[in-house]
Design a protein around this ligand. Sequence first.
Ligand code: ATP
Ligand code: MG
Length: 234
Amino acid sequence: MKTKIPTGCACIDTALEGGLSSGSVNLIYGEPETGKSTLALQCAFRCSLQGLKTLFVDCDNTFSTERLFHLAAENFDSVSEMILLMKPVDFNEQTFVVDHLEDYITKNFGLVVIDTFNSLYRAKVAEASSKTAAFTLNRELNRQMAVIAQTAKMLDVPFVVTSQVKSVFSDISPLVVPVAQRILKFWADTVISLKPTDTPSVVQAVLEKNRNTQEVSCYLRIAETGIYEYELPY
Ligand SMILES: Nc1ncnc2c1ncn2[C@@H]1O[C@H](COP(=O)(O)OP(=O)(O)OP(=O)(O)O)[C@@H](O)[C@H]1O
Ligand SMILES: [Mg+2]
């Protein structure tokens, strides 16, 4: 059994028996600014502490060197060398990256992050001229997730895939509907949702129940130095 990659959030790592498993697809979804990128970056940082590289696919162009500096502190130089950054600028480029993952991931890689997996897809869907065009994009998103799941298993590395969801207000209560949620969840081995709370910088993390794990819920605080388990004072 290969080493697991800790997320750095104690409650999640305990539930995952040490962290992200090799060969697994780990979906982190939530509304904007709920800490998805911070958590993904923290996984990359923890991966580098184990002497393993991360392929970080930054689809939003939001990768923050400053954020990494705060996470890594005195290890910043060595940690940055362990992160290979790719920045697809549109959904076609994302397709290319996903189809060539094997070319980038050599044996010293311990993690792949795709952040945010559905943002370029959403931009393209917004431009789609017909339902048929949108359906074709949907199928492509599904195909990419299949490739990711297959690559994760074949190369025996964990993947973190982040997904942004919007708030949809129903008559009764706000419901959060992930875009293409069904597709992403279908392919994910682990699903973590991050939800805003009334306390600033604190989010609720729910590790959703699946065939291997029970549902676990805890709170996380987003600080300058990372995202950590947090005990609510009430
Ligand atoms: N260097 C930093 N120091 C402190 N807080 C930061 C830093 N960078 C980001 N934040 C804050 O952390 C919170 C979470 O940001 P993050 O980018 O991780 O969210 P996200 O879920 O990825 O958002 P999005 O959906 O927009 O991609 C935000 O409120 C942001 O302002
Ligand atoms: Mg983000």
